[in-house]
Each structure stands twice: as C-alpha cells, then as structure tokens.
Design a protein around this ligand. Structure first.
Ligand SMILES: Nc1ncnc2c1ncn2[C@@H]1O[C@H](COP(=O)(O)OP(=O)(O)OP(=O)(O)O)[C@@H](O)[C@H]1O
Length: 234
C-alpha cells in the first residue's frame, strides 16, 4: 500500500525552478532510497514534502490526504518527521533536553525511551552531557532519536552518513533496519553502499526530475544504469 505519493511535483525556490517533475510512490514499510548527484534536488524534495518549500498544488499526498498548503507543524502532527542534513540539534543543551524538546508534551513514555536506548546506547551514556560534546556519529544518532521519540509513520532522513567513519555507518545501518520494522523511512543518500544495504525500493533524481524508479535489487544488478545516473558502478 502507498504511504506517500508525490505526483508531478514542481517546486520553485524564489525565481528558480528546482524541481520540474518529481513523482514517487513510497510504499508503507521498509526503506525507500532517493539517490542523485549533488544539486539534483534531493533535499528540496524532502523540504517540499514537509511544507518547508511550497510544491505545486495537489502533488503530495500522505495516506491519500493532500498535504498542499498545510503548515510544517501540521504535517509533522500527521506522523511525518524530518531529520535534516544539518541535524537541527541544540549543541548547548544536554542530550536529555534535546530529546524533551522533541516530545509533544515534555515527558517521555518509558517504553519508548527504552526503545531509543536500545537503538542508540551512546545516547543513554551521554544523557546528561551537552550535545556539542558528542561525536559526529552520536550527534546524528541524537537527531534520528529526536525524530522517533514518539511513534511516527514516516521519517525523512537527509544524508545521515555524511562525514561518518565506516564503523559508525555500520551501527547506523543496524539501527535503521530496526527502526524500519515499525516506521517507513525515506532516505536521501550519496553513500551507495549504505543505501543499497538498506533500501527495498528506490528512485534516482536528476536535475529536478525522477530519472529512474524501481527496486534496489534491479538497480544494483544494472551497473550501466548506475554509471549513467550516478556516475558510479559497483
Ligand atoms: N535556497 C535556495 N536558493 C536557491 N537555490 C537553491 C536553494 N536551495 C537549493 N537550491 C538549488 O536547488 C538545486 C537542488 O538543491 P538540493 O539541495 O535539493 O540538491 P541535493 O540533491 O540535495 O544536493 P546535495 O547532495 O548537494 O545536498 C541546486 O541547484 C541548488 O543550488
């Protein structure tokens, strides 16, 4: 069943047409990966879903509901969370304070907190430490944990592995697999190894248009297509 549907989405930023024609069907469950070269429009796609840029009317539906014109906070209330590339965490606040700010009522559900600690043990260890003192990987984990401190239906994650060491990326992949058991993930990535290890379905965006969509398995098997669309072959 389709959870999120983008239909011929167009987004202008000021006078620039950035997305020309983006159509994606994200099924419920698992990980959907959006790939593309630098500047192709991946971040703009995620920001358009969240209402941070206004896409063309009628182009984003979530569980069949048109999100056009809704404020970001109302889109979030429908069960969609966004982990931006800059992570959006507060360096001067502790891990706990960062987490509290991500809750709707300022309190934690103990079961949910246990789930978060199991996913990201480092966050429990550094619970009362300021976020600035965390490593890059731990900051990224905090950003993802904030997004799922309450149950969500969909999380949009923008390039979570950027600048991280391979061992940390492996931990991240394990956590994402666990999260995807209960929450659909729309993942934007440049790290193809990471993306292919997680994604069931995928699309490639190129110059603001979807250039290819299908299963990850088929894409991985087609090195000519990878080379053509991403400039790589595995
Ligand atoms: N605020 C903005 N004002 C003007 N142009 C923008 C703005 N944000 C993005 N763009 C342009 O829109 C295009 C798509 O940008 P976007 O950030 O969506 O790409 P991306 O695929 O996420 O790339 P990257 O991997 O480098 O983050 C780029 O040409 C970029 O320069």
């Amino acid at each position: 069943m389709t959870l999120l549907s983008l239909q011929n989405m167009k987004t202008n930023i000021g006078q620039y047409a950035v997305l020309h024609d983006v159509s994606i069907e994200v099924p419920e469950g698992g990980v959907f990966v959006l790939l593309g070269r630098n500047g192709a429009g991946k971040t703009t796609t995620l920001r358009s879903i969240m209402g941070l840029w206004q896409p063309s009317p009628g182009s984003v539906t979530f569980r069949g509901r048109d999100l056009t014109g809704l404020h970001t906070v109302d889109i979030a209330r429908l069960g969609i969370a966004f982990v931006p590339e800059n992570m959006g965490i507060f360096g001067g606040l502790t891990v706990e304070e960062n987490m509290i700010l991500a809750t709707a009522k300022g309190t934690f559900d103990p079961k949910r907190l246990t789930y978060i600690y199991d996913l990201f043990p480092a966050l429990q260890k550094f619970w009362d430490k300021p976020a600035w003192s965390l490593s890059g990987g731990q900051k990224q984990m905090l950003a993802v944990a904030r997004a799922i401190i309450e149950p969500r239906e969909l999380i949009l994650i923008d390039e979570p592995t950027k600048g991280l060491a391979p061992a940390i990326i492996d931990n991240m992949a394990a956590a994402f697999r666990e999260i995807a058991q209960s929450t659909t993930i729309l993942l934007v990535e440049q790290n193809f190894e990471f993306a292919r290890s997680l994604g069931q379905n995928m699309a490639v965006i190129d110059d603001g248009r979807i250039a290819h969509a299908g299963t990850m398995q088929d894409f991985v098997a087609n090195s000519a297509l990878q080379d053509q669309l991403l400039g790589l072959s595995v």
